[in-house]
Design a protein around this ligand. Structure first.
Ligand code: DNO
Length: 403
């Protein structure tokens, strides 16, 4: 697999010359300064591509070319936005970039409740707590019907009893305004702005804005969202075929419906559905082992075997699910995802497949550097070192079995 790294552009504190030194071959990035929905021009793409190439690497994958909310909920201007999307694809292809990661998650991209959850060894990790998430939903957003929904909540894929309402009420006893503020920052601000999300760090009233965004999805069921995804993919496929573009949707993170919003890339059945709905090799998957392993219903290794041939990009990380269903990001050599086996599967399928380590611990001073949540330098570099070792061993194993 090609060793790539997510880099956030020329303002990223982690520079391309640093990445060159740690064995990165390809860059995963986006035109982060272009507002969602606008066309990515050839000039801007070329400028960034040439900059990356001047450091001896290539621009391997776009992550992300964002799909606007209106395309997801089926708004009146969706056709115009899809035309812009096609134009951006054409421009990217002329500049030699052919792998495009995007997502189809309504409103919220990825979600965690704690971005600095302390580990016993002094490092910290990302963490998802159902009760804190429910607290945010019921008491901060105040979503209609939220309390009733959480009252009949079942942890996806786990056969356990969990009284979330009792937990939320206990949490309420000790919640301070500062803790509430932190929860808002963690769930809808700090994880979103830098991934071209809807809410940015300087938005003054993030919760109000968030409520408005949620209201756009009134009446959008799972089936409707699926139809909107099919519509989007069918519309862009002719351009993808003509230009050799590999589209790869990112699974929903976490892989279950949140805040009353449907989510449609959460499981084996979901993936099967969208691959068949638009059965074209240009319509593929970003195999994010981390997002998928956060759902107890997913057997990540089996899924990799099943979908490897339609996978165009791989995110390597792994989650650990606690007995109550909460999850955290495990070591890249531990957790539920079995990265060793995944590397074996993908390296065998296509040795040129781009892969990047995803997220990383915050460690050894990362915490004071102001990196984007989940995107530390030393923690990711440590993970990258582990994955490079696994890759070398797997390559050797494959060579021996051939010879
Ligand atoms: C989070 C990322 C996601 C991903 C998008 C792709 O760390 O994996 O934000 O980039 O969902 O569109």
């Amino acid at each position: 697999m090609e060793k790539t790294w997510r880099w956030f552009g020329k303002n990223d504190k982690i520079t391309l010359s640093m990445l060159r030194q740690i064995g990165v071959e390809g860059i995963v990035t986006a035109l982060h300064d272009v507002p969602n929905g606008e066309i990515w021009t050839r000039e801007k793409i070329r400028d960034l591509r040439e900059y990356i190439e001047s450091y001896g690497m290539r621009w391997s994958v776009v992550e992300s070319l964002p799909v606007c909310e209106s395309i997801k909920y089926g708004g009146a201007d969706r056709d115009a936005l899809i035309e812009n999307y096609k134009e951006s694809l054409r421009n990217l292809s002329v500049e030699g970039i052919h792998t495009i990661c995007y997502n189809f998650m309504p409103v919220l991209d990825w979600a965690r409740t704690d971005l600095e959850h302390p580990n016993p060894d002094g490092t910290s990790n990302l963490y998802f707590s159902y009760s804190e998430f429910a607290y945010f939903d019921i008491y901060i957003v105040g979503r209609e019907g939220a309390r009733e929904e959480w009252a009949s909540f079942k942890v996806p894929g786990m056969d356990i009893e969990r009284d979330i309402i009792a937990e939320v009420d206990a949490l309420r006893e000790k919640m301070t305004p500062e803790m509430e503020h932190k929860l808002v920052e963690n769930i809808i601000v700090r994880t979103q702005g830098f991934v071209s999300g809807n809410i940015r760090e300087d938005d003054e009233r993030p919760v109000e804005l968030f409520r408005q965004l949620l209201s756009q999805y009134k009446g959008v069921t799972k089936d409707r969202l699926r139809e909107n995804m099919r519509y989007f993919l069918s519309s862009i496929m002719p351009v993808c075929e003509e230009c050799g573009m590999k589209m790869c949707v990112h699974p929903d993170d976490p892989p279950f419906p949140v805040l009353g919003l449907p989510r449609i890339v959460t499981s084996e059945d979901d993936i099967e559905w969208f691959l068949k709905a638009v059965d074209n090799p240009c319509n593929g998957l970003t195999f994010c082992a981390g997002s998928l392993s956060a759902g107890a219903h997913n057997n990540v290794v089996e899924m990799a075997r099943r979908f490897a041939s339609r996978t165009h990009f791989v995110h390597l990380r792994s989650c650990h699910i606690f007995d109550n269903g909460d999850f955290t990001e495990a070591s890249h050599l531990g957790g539920r995802a079995d990265l060793v086996e995944l590397v074996r599967i993908f390296e065998k399928t296509d040795p040129s497949l781009p892969m990047r380590v995803d997220h990383g611990k915050t460690m050894l001073g990362d915490e004071s550097r102001g990196y984007n949540a989940g995107y530390s330098f030393l923690g990711r570099m440590f993970a990258m070192g582990q994955v490079q070792g696994v890759l070398a061993a797997v390559r050797n194993e494959l060579k021996c079995s051939e010879g």
